[in-house]
Structure formats: structure tokens, C-alpha cells
Ligand binder design. Structure first.
Ligand SMILES: C[S@@+](CC[C@H](N)C(=O)[O-])C[C@H]1O[C@@H](n2cnc3c(N)ncnc32)[C@H](O)[C@@H]1O
Length: 339
């Protein structure tokens, strides 16, 4: 894989960064790189490191890709991903050498505060993924967010400041980012945090989600597809921290299958995907995952397939399961009593 732009669906869980960069080197991550000036500068200053930029904005990724190519850099990759997903799903414990977060969105309104990236829980996740002695640099020009970051860093036991103070308000050595420039021009004070992962063990509370073999249930029911379709209504199910919402149901082209749109949320992974009820022969159905959109066969997907199977069983007294590859207990719950 040598393209600058990485595709999430081609990355394993966790990702093999040595294969992605074609070499084993310290991994430096910039979260929310925006205009990518800092990212490109970082890669130029640190040619012997693997530099990974992560952004949720597609235009930012597009721009970054072009900047990296213009600068002919081979040690940078950019990925569209939420920072939490990147850290928990794609990075193994103690695998990152440095993380930089420049001017994270401050979400200033009271009702938006929960959207802020940096809090004690996020720092705990970071602490599990940074290697011992790994570096964490954060900058913000938002006074209230700075206060919250200061409190979170001081409350968390896994990091120490590399400075004599919690933060400094000037850092002339670094390249200014776009938001830094705007903040300074508008008269705001910037806060620069330079911290290091210390030796305090961080409980590994953020496991890499597992992928399972493509789940399926084969069942018998005397009902035909029209009758099944007629009984369908939107439904939901939950199990631990997994939530499934079954949305629209469509008759698949050709008429031999039903396609159910589902949202599956199992933090930090969220998937919108299709489940299929396909008639193999009259009275004989397979419930499986459609491959549209490169879905991952997570425990949440198993839960969704199991719920659909239990719902089909609940529609007819003679319905029965012939075969499946799900954890047995998932099919035992009565669909009418599932959450
Ligand atoms: C205020 S801008 C700062 C951009 C750049 N770092 C700078 O200093 O000019 C924040 C950036 O973070 C990105 N971002 C916000 N939440 C994110 C998340 N959860 N994961 C990755 N990037 C995120 C946004 O798309 C945006 O480009």
C-alpha cells in the first residue's frame, strides 16, 4: 500500500502500520490536521518517522493528499476517521510514539460540550495507545477549553508535563497552523501543552473490537416473502453497549430477497449496513450480511442477524432454525422481550 490516502475498509483491525508505510518506524499521529501545513512540516522535519494524519473532513483529506504529493513525501499517510476510532480500533496498545492535536474544535456552547475531543476518558484511551515515554502535544486558543484540558491533564495519572508548567502561551519554534494564526490575529492567547506518557500503568479498558466470520442463519418458515414483508415494522435491540436500529425494508431486485437497512452502534464503531433475508427455496431462508459498503462482521452485526432470525421465528409456530454460525445464546432470547 503506497498511496498517501488510506481507505478505512482496507485496514485490518488493528492496522498493520509497518505494512501501510512499507517500513517499521516510530508512528507520529496528528489528529484533525485541517490545512495540513503542520502535518507536511512534521513529515519533512522527521523523515525517519511514519507520520499519520487523521481527519473527519473530506476536503481537508483531499487537500492534504495533494500537498503531500507536491512535497514528494513518502513518510505520510492520511486517513478519514474519527480520532477515537483510529486509536481504539486501528492502533494497538503502546504503539504510538507521538500524538499532536492542534486547535481541536472548542464546541463553545453548553449543549455541545460533550462533543469536545479531549477529556479524562479520551486521555485514558490515549494513555493505553502511546508507548512509554510517548509524547502528547496539544494547542488551543480557546480559554474555556484550555481550562478543561488543563483540568483533564492534571486529573489523569498517566502523563507529566515536559515543561516546568502545565502549559506555555508562546511557542516560537513551531510552524503556525491556520487556526493558530487566526487566534493570534484576533487577539486570543494560545495555550501549548507538551506532555509525556509516564510509567503509571493504564488499565486496558479500550479493547480492539473483534471481527467474526460472516454471520448467517438458515431457517425454515412456511411464510412467503410477501407475508414476511407485510409483518415488518421498524424495531430496535440492544445488548451490553451495542445498539441496533432496523430501518426500512426493501424488496430486492429480482424479488427473491428482502433487504433491511440497519444502523449498528457499538462505540467506537458505527455502521450503516444492509441485512438480507434470501429465499433459497420455498420455505427456506438465509439471513446474512449484504456486502454493500464494506461492512465489518462485528458482535453488533451478529446481534442484528440474531434479532432478525428471532423476529422471523416469532411470526409463525412452525418456524425453526436449521443452521447458524452465531453464538448460541444470541438466538435464545425471545424477540418480544429483547430490549
Ligand atoms: C479547528 S480545526 C483545526 C485544524 C488545524 N489543526 C489547525 O490548527 O489549523 C479542527 C479540525 O479537527 C477536525 N476534527 C474534529 N473532530 C475530529 C475527530 N473526532 N477526529 C479527527 N478530526 C477531527 C476537524 O475536521 C477540523 O479540521
Amino acid at each position: 500500500m503506497s498511496s498517501t490516502l488510506l481507505h478505512n475498509h482496507l485496514l485490518s483491525w488493528p492496522a498493520d502500520w509497518t505494512a501501510v508505510f512499507n517500513r517499521d518506524a516510530p508512528l507520529l499521529i496528528e489528529i484533525g490536521f485541517g490545512g495540513a501545513h503542520f502535518l507536511v512540516d512534521l513529515a519533512q522535519r522527521r523523515p525517519s518517522a511514519n507520520v499519520l494524519g487523521v481527519e473527519i473532513s473530506l476536503p481537508a483529506l483531499d487537500k492534504a493528499q495533494r500537498k503531500v504529493q507536491t512535497a514528494a513525501l513518502t513518510n505520510v499517510r492520511v486517513l478519514q476517521s474519527d480520532a477515537r476510532y483510529l486509536l481504539q480500533v486501528l492502533c494497538t496498545p503502546e504503539s504510538i510514539a507521538e500524538v499532536t492535536i492542534n486547535f481541536p474544535d472548542p464546541w463553545p456552547k453548553a449543549r455541545q460540550l460533550h462533543r469536545r475531543l479531549i477529556d479524562v476518558d479520551f486521555l485514558h484511551l490515549l494513555a493505553t495507545r502511546l508507548e512509554p515515554g510517548g509524547l502528547l502535544d496539544i494547542a488551543t486558543d480557546h480559554a474555556d477549553y484550555a481550562l478543561a484540558i488543563t483540568e483533564a491533564l492534571e486529573a489523569t495519572p498517566y502523563f507529566n508535563s515536559r515543561l516546568a508548567t502545565t502549559f506555555v502561551t508562546e511557542d516560537l519554534a513551531r510552524l503556525r497552523t491556520k487556526y493558530e494564526q487566526i487566534g493570534l490575529e484576533e487577539g486570543r492567547t494560545c495555550h501549548y501543552y507538551k506532555w509525556v506518557r509516564n510509567k503509571t500503568a493504564a488499565p486496558q479498558d479500550f479493547p480492539t473490537p473483534k471481527e467474526f466470520p460472516m454471520p448467517h442463519v438458515v431457517l425454515h418458515t412456511p411464510m412467503d416473502l410477501d407475508a414476511i414483508q407485510a409483518r415488518y415494522g421498524r424495531m430496535q435491540t440492544s445488548d451490553h453497549d451495542r445498539h441496533v436500529s432496523f430501518m426500512e425494508l426493501f424488496r430486492a431486485h429480482g424479488g427473491e430477497a428482502l433487504f433491511v437497512e440497519a444502523y449498528i452502534n457499538e462505540e467506537p464503531v458505527a455502521q450503516r449496513l444492509g441485512l438480507v433475508i434470501r429465499q433459497r427455496e420455498p420455505g427456506n431462508y438465509v439471513i446474512s450480511l449484504h456486502d454493500l459498503g464494506f461492512p465489518r462482521a462485528t458482535a453488533g452485526v451478529q446481534l442484528a442477524i440474531a434479532h432478525l432470525a428471532r423476529w422471523l421465528l416469532s411470526l409463525h409456530d412452525e418456524a425453526k432454525i436449521l443452521h447458524h454460525n452465531l453464538p448460541g445464546e444470541m438466538l435464545e432470547v425471545d424477540v418480544n422481550h429483547a430490549a
